[in-house]
Design a protein around this ligand. Structure first.
Ligand code: T3D
Length: 261
């Protein structure tokens, strides 16, 4: 059957697009499997040094495909199993990806779709995009990391209001609240995302991975734990060829030529 995920391998980075536009790119089993395969390739390929994740058509992703009852396991499904088998490994793989993931949120991001977007390292959204914690409308709780992102990025007051009301949050408000990095004009979204990816593709990939790891640990570490983690990761960075090259390039007043990692 037709590909539900498009993987466009470019010079130094990949663009991954969810591709079920007539269902607003909501997830069925096939889309989970294809996204997993694409992300695995990105994680292991030394040619791919950054990832752009976006959606085909007018939406980014509307979460679980609610029309696919078979996929979901009947009318009283074990959603714990769906999360264990699909969403939780997806979120973990995005956080563990040793290179930057840029989510280019091109349109509505609802339910797990909103929270997959928020799992990106840099989230930029088209001004027309909306983030909707739609779960309460169907008697569920925010998943795919939603209760974590909302609480850590916004605090309990806004987290609870968004989750309990399921009201849409505009891209502009999401940026002003610190939920995402920025909102851009719709017609500038892909150019912005690609320009970031191109920059990362020429950058110190290994150091980016370590930076990501350190920042992700910070929200649950004490300062002492974080200082110790920084010491350990900086020690590793300082022994790399990239650091040697970075300093050399600086002193020679030329662009650094970083290696694939
Ligand atoms: O396994 C598990 O279930 C556990 C995991 C759960 C994680 C979850 O994600 S639960 C939350 C699931 N998602 C939602 O509840 C969102 C449902 N969608 C909506 O509320 C709306 O579609 C939107 C607010 C996102 C967008 O509204 P609008 O008016 O722009 O578009 P629309 O007309 O509602 O949608 C366009 C089409 O996509 C439409 O189909 P049609 O009428 O043209 O044939 C609509 O049914 C379909 N669609 C949208 N979202 C889903 C969907 N079909 C199946 N599943 C969806 N989630």
């Amino acid at each position: 059957s037709e590909a539900t995920v498009l993987h466009d391998r470019r010079d130094g980075y990949s663009v991954i697009s969810l591709n079920r536009p007539d269902r607003l790119n909501s997830f069925n089993r096939q889309q989970h499997a294809e996204l997993r395969a694409a992300l695995e390739e990105c994680a292991t390929s030394t040619e791919i040094r950054a990832v752009v994740l976006t959606g085909q058509g007018r939406g980014f992703c509307a979460g679980q495909d609610l029309s696919d009852v078979d996929d979901m396991g009947g009318d009283r499904p074990d959603l714990g199993k769906t999360l264990h088998d699909n969403y939780n490994p997806l979120i973990r793989s995005m956080r563990a990806m040793p290179k930057p993931i840029i989510c280019a949120v091109n349109g509505v991001a609802a339910g797990a779709g909103a929270n997959i977007a928020l799992a990106g390292d840099i989230v930029i959204a088209a001004r027309s995009a909306r983030f909707i914690q739609a779960f309460a409308k169907i008697a569920l709780i925010p998943d795919a990391g939603g209760t974590y992102w909302l609480t850590h990025l916004l605090g309990e007051a806004r987290a609870k209001a968004l989750a309990l009301t399921a009201q849409p949050l505009s891209a502009e408000d999401a940026a002003n609240w610190g939920l995402i990095w920025k909102a851009v004009d719709d017609d500038k979204l892909m150019a912005e995302a690609i320009s970031l990816a191109e920059g990362f593709a020429a950058g110190p990939t290994h150091a980016y991975g370590l930076t990501k790891q350190a920042i992700q640990a910070a929200s649950t570490n004490t300062l002492d734990e974080q200082l110790e983690l920084e010491r350990r990761l900086q020690r590793e960075a300082g022994m790399s060829d990239d650091y040697k090259e970075g300093v050399k390039a600086f002193l020679e007043k030329r662009p650094a030529n970083y290696r694939k990692a």
